[in-house]
Design a protein around this ligand. Structure first.
Ligand SMILES: C[S@@+](CC[C@H](N)C(=O)[O-])C[C@H]1O[C@@H](n2cnc3c(N)ncnc32)[C@H](O)[C@@H]1O
Length: 330
């Protein structure tokens, strides 16, 4: 189920290193690498669990964030439904509420003794977001009996409601042929990978540098019923890619210069480093006649190595002149 995939993405699926804090509650620290995904200070992030009928359910991830003004962050994990056959949602909701109802100092020190004196200046909420894609082209979900399935967004992952992905997916869906091997790089929440797999019934590989994006890709594949067709793993560009593909699709963070105020790795590729590296290495990962389809700037000339050519498949404008481009070896 999606929540298990989320916890696995954070290496919290095993109930190890759990500290009992009484009344059925347990605390599990997040590894510093994963605490970053919540923008937590240092390694200040922890999962709160609650034991009910022998099972220790996740309730919420808590963290401290911000340098000058420290904020108390929470990411609620209680679901509307559980498949255990027992009505646990309401029990878990009230356990979480009881925990919240404590005085702030005891709540903080229960989670982590050293948080006790944190001078809190506010609260941030990074809960998982469950939604049914509604504003997508109607043919994307035409083979679903009832409606588009509910997709979950994990914190730190680029939201599927973005025009760039839509443009890329529209172009790529037209391009796929039977039996082709496909790789989606920077898969984010996994929407492109899952939909390409569903449409083509081909195996689709998916990579992302963000471990929660990898987990999100697996969760989306499960929601779209293609968990057996989508293989997702963490990789910094091609670092952990070993095969060659007929088609590689990549909605890159946008190549922006130093003056840009955007800095997050979902949206900004500072000085086009990722784009250049992708284009330099791409031929090693494409089969003969393979192609790379990317969402990026309309004019790619200053990023292109000599051995490649590109053509814009479609163009659009959102602050910058952008395009979906196809890149092939000359
Ligand atoms: C613009 S978002 C696109 C996400 C998703 N494909 C979509 O269209 O909604 C860019 C994605 O690239 C990933 N990314 C950034 N740097 C990367 C790198 N060095 N290697 C692999 N993925 C990277 C980000 O984590 C993010 O998920």
């Amino acid at each position: 189920m999606q929540l298990d995939i989320f916890l696995e993405g954070l290496s919290l699926h095993q109930q190890s290193n759990m500290r009992s804090i009484g009344k059925g509650f347990f605390v599990q620290r997040l590894h510093p690498d994963f605490a970053n995904l919540f923008e937590a200070n240092k390694d200040q992030a922890a999962l709160l669990r609650f034991e009910y009928f022998g099972k220790v359910y996740p309730l919420a991830i808590f963290f401290l964030t911000g340098q000058e003004k420290i904020q108390f962050g929470h990411c609620r994990l209680v679901l509307k439904n559980y498949s255990d056959g027992i009505e646990v949602a309401s029990v878990l909701s009230s356990a979480l509420q009881d925990f919240f109802n404590q005085a702030p100092e005891s709540l903080l020190s229960a989670l982590e003794p050293e948080w006790k004196d944190a001078p809190l200046a506010g609260v941030v909420d990074k809960r998982l977001e469950w939604s049914r894609p509604t504003d997508c082209p109607s043919d994307w979900f035409s083979d679903f009996k009832n409606d588009a399935p509910e997709v979950v967004m994990f914190p730190s992952v680029f939201h599927y409601k973005n025009p760039y992905m839509k443009e890329l997916l529209n172009a790529t869906l037209k391009e796929i042929r039977p039996q082709e091997k496909i790789l989606v790089m920077g898969s984010g929440c996994g929407f492109e990978a899952a939909l390409l797999a569903r449409r083509s019934q081909n195996i689709v590989d998916a990579t992302d540098i963000n471990p929660l994006a990898v987990a999100n890709t697996k969760a989306t594949a499960l929601a779209l019923g293609v968990e057996n067709l989508v293989r997702a793993w963490q990789s910094d560009l091609f670092e952990k890619v070993t095969e060659q593909y007929d088609l590689i699709a990549f909605n890159l963070p946008l190549a922006l210069d130093e003056n840009s105020t955007v800095r997050d790795q979902n949206r900004c590729d500072l000085n086009g480093k990722l784009l250049r590296k992708t284009l330099q290495e791409i031929t090693k990962f494409l089969k003969p006649h393979g192609r790379l389809i990317i969402m990026s700037h309309e004019d790619l000339s200053k990023f292109m190595p000599e051995n490649l050519s590109y053509k814009n498949l479609s163009r659009f404008e959102l602050v910058h002149k952008l395009a979906i481009s196809e890149i092939r070896a000359i």
